[in-house]
Design a binder for this molecule. Structure first.
Ligand code: NAP
Length: 253
């Protein structure tokens, strides 16, 4: 679909990849709701792009419902959801202090996997009530996995499991929502230059980018946003996870 004039939800949009995607959607003419756990960050990005900033914990059913309702009240039901919110809590299964605390594993699954599903179910319920566009399309959902879904590194069991879960639900969700004319796609980024990544020392950044065959550099959040917009615009793309990684295949550490 052409995003112009449609309402869009972007989670984790107060920072990094989510913020850049919110900017790109707004430039393309969408009315964007900027959802983030960090209220100040959400409001700042929303102000910059003329959107709506909403505090939202994607892992919480009530918080998700309240945020989607706020966006609906301001912009009408959204035809577009880009699920970007995510966390990484590293930890070995058996570390210096013994077994990985179960809460750490559970929290990463809660935010990354359950949070993605929580926002998907709420957004899809709104999309289901909209009039179909060309090709019978009612909406599009773009999720964010990671190359760690395929090549999880040491200390990334929780993160890798959560991101593999997102890749794994993509086809099932696309099939499930097909009768409603809602597409589901996932982007699996490699190494993207977000504030988190850019705080790493220069030598660590270099050792990471040396592993990327071509182009041998960090990816830009804007490259993610461009792929997300293409996915939204191309009605034949559905049920697939696309790697955005310069052919990177991560080693064990
Ligand atoms: P980021 O700059 O840390 O942005 C993530 C945003 O999500 C932050 O604003 C964060 O808020 C928010 N957030 C965290 N927990 C949330 C929750 N429960 N509900 C709502 N919002 C929440 O990270 P990024 O680098 O842009 O990454 C974005 C996504 O891409 C993540 O899913 C990440 O796993 C994935 N990814 C990133 C890379 C990379 O190289 N950067 C590679 C592969 C995949 P707070 O700041 O308050 O925590």
């Amino acid at each position: 679909m052409d995003v112009k004039g449609h309402a869009a939800l972007v989670t984790g949009a107060g920072s990094g990849i989510g913020a850049e995607t919110a900017r790109a959607l707004a430039r393309a003419g969408a009315r964007v709701a900027v959802l983030d756990l960090n209220r100040e960050a959400a409001l700042a990005v929303a102000k910059e792009i003329g959107g709506l900033g909403v505090e939202c914990d994607v892992s919480d059913a009530k918080s998700g419902e309240t945020a989607v309702a706020a966006a609906r009240a301001a912009h009408g039901p959204s035809r577009i959801l880009v699920n970007v919110a995510g966390i990484l809590i590293p930890g070995r299964i058996v570390g210096r202090d013994g077994a990985l605390p179960l809460e750490k594993f559970a929290r990463v699954i809660e935010v990354n996997l359950i949070g993605t599903f929580n926002m998907m179910r709420l957004a899809a319920a709104d999309m289901a009530g909209l009039e179909p566009l060309a090709d019978g399309e009612r909406g599009v959902i773009v999720n964010t996995s990671s190359v760690a879904a395929y090549e999880g590194q040491i200390g990334q069991v929780a993160y890798a499991a959560s991101k593999a879960g997102i890749a794994g639900l993509t086809l099932a969700a696309a099939r499930d929502l097909a009768r409603l004319g809602i597409r589901v796609l996932t982007i699996a980024p490699g190494l993207i230059a977000t504030p988190m990544m850019l705080t790493l020392p220069a030598d660590v950044q270099k050792s990471l980018t040396d592993q990327v065959p071509f182009p041998s550099r960090l990816g830009h959040a804007e490259e993610y946003a461009r792929l997300a917009l293409h996915m939204i615009g191309n009605v034949m793309l559905n049920g697939e996870t696309v790697r955005l990684d310069g052919a990177l295949r991560m080693g064990p550490k």
